[in-house]
Ligand binder design. Structure first.
Ligand code: NAD
Ligand code: MG
Length: 386
């Protein structure tokens, strides 16, 4: 890359935020950092803002703003706090906005960035799952460029370059199967949060780690793929691939299957999005297939892991139903992490909420947020966390 571009990282203190900023750190001449945001980790946010000479640092938890101001006093870095400040920061626009907040909490700021029409490098899958049609319509309307950094979607995006969706026979999302892929249903009922957040292949935030263990991650990704690559749900499949080397595949009508392979390091898909349509270096070790030896594949088991079935049904129903699935899952994951419900209740509870609440299709961001709020309230009642 030759010209310097501006970048904002929404969710700078998380796992995706750290991987993104690691790439920025290695290429200081290419980037000027506009806004960095965090939920409540003020010390880390302030450290990053100083290291990267950010223009603006925003903490979503407004009560922590005085602490952020103190930490950045005398640096010339602007500070702000609260949910509205997060949206305002995103609305300032940047050449590239990395949407890396976890959960539907990232939806409003991501939409604000989309309205500025730049490149949105999207990790925050819950936002797209909740607002599918509303978000993709906004991307179109504002001429924004939505580049997926979820590894599967980035793989599919790469495999589709130079090809038409009309020629696609299948899009196959690979899934590691998570830490419990070989556990019996009986054993799953006893799974603990500590076991769930220890992913065999990837180092990720707590929420997506639990999603990986339940397979809701793949369910959310199925819905994400449905909105990003509109080939029809009947052409989207999931296959379990424990080594996480093949990140996803596209099969064309002539029988050619293109796959993207790489190490289990999110810096690879993030680099692909940051440099697109060019390429940039990453510090990741080259892929050594002889060392890996074997790549294996198997069908998902929807009896032990009902999440992908629930997600497919939600995508088929469309409208507000994916937002209900997402919100119910977010509440159930938090209840599981808080020790309030057992692991196998996560999917059961999502299914209960889906059975009880079928809102009309949302037409705007505020409609989506209303559906999300109502689904959360119902899910919290069920989880006993209301
Ligand atoms: P994480 O928990 O490590 O980080 C989340 C970030 O969001 C943090 O900066 C946190 O401060 C911020 N945040 C959390 N709650 C917030 C709120 N209510 N308001 C504002 N900010 C808030 O999560 P992560 O693993 O980096 O994942 C981020 C997103 O990327 C998720 O949607 C996840 O599904 C997706 N993703 C992650 C990975 C991965 O390898 N970690 C891979 C693919 C996709
Ligand atoms: Mg993924």
């Amino acid at each position: 890359m030759t010209t310097m571009r501006t970048i904002s990282v929404l969710g700078a203190t998380g796992s995706i935020g750290a991987s993104t900023l690691d790439l920025v750190r290695r290429n200081p001449a290419d980037w000027r950092v506009a806004a960095l945001t965090a939920n409540g980790n003020v010390a880390e946010l302030a450290r990053l803002a100083v290291e990267f000479s950010a223009e603006l640092a925003v903490v979503a938890d407004e009560a922590r703003l005085p602490e952020l101001r103190d930490a950045l006093a005398g640096t010339g870095i602007e500070t702000a706090g609260g949910a509205a400040a997060l949206v305002e920061a995103a609305a300032r626009g940047a050449d590239v906005t990395v949407a890396a907040i976890v959960g539907c909490a990232g939806l409003a700021p991501t939409m604000a960035a989309i309205e500025q029409g730049g490149v949105i490098a999207l990790a925050n899958k819950e936002a797209l799952v909740s607002a599918g049609e509303v978000m993709t319509a906004a991307v179109e309307r504002h001429g924004a460029t939505l580049l997926p950094i979820d590894s599967e979607h980035n793989a599919i995006f790469q495999c589709l370059q130079g090809n038409s969706l009309d020629h696609v026979r299948w899009i196959t999302l690979t899934a590691s199967g998570g830490p419990f892929r070989d556990w019996s249903l009986d054993r799953l009922t006893l799974a603990t949060p500590a076991q769930a957040i220890k992913h065999p292949n990837w180092d990720m935030g707590a929420k997506i780690s639990v999603d990986s263990a339940t397979m809701f991650n793949k369910g959310l990704e199925l819905i994400e793929a449905h909105y990003l690559f509109p080939v029809g749900l009947d052409k989207l499949r999931i296959i379990v691939h424990p080594q996480s080397v093949v990140h996803s595949m596209v099969e064309y009508r002539d029988g050619s299957t293109l796959a993207q392979l790489g190490p289990s390091d999110m810096r690879v898909p993030i680099a692909s999005a940051l440099a697109w349509p060019e390429r940039m270096d990453t510090p990741c070790a080259p892929l050594d297939l002889a060392e890996i030896g074997e790549l294996t594949f198997r069908k998902p088991d929807e009896v032990r892991f009902p999440a992908t079935r629930l997600a497919r049904e939600a995508a088929e129903a469309g409208g507000g139903i994916p937002a209900v699935l997402n919100a119910a899952n977010e509440v159930a994951v938090a209840a599981f992490l808080g020790g309030q419900i057992p692991f196998t209740r996560i999917a059961a509870q999502v299914e209960d909420v889906l059975g009880a609440y079928a809102p009309p299709a949302p037409a705007s961001l505020s409609d989506v947020l209303a559906v999300d709020g109502e689904a959360r309230a119902r899910a919290s009642m069920l989880a006993g966390t209301a």
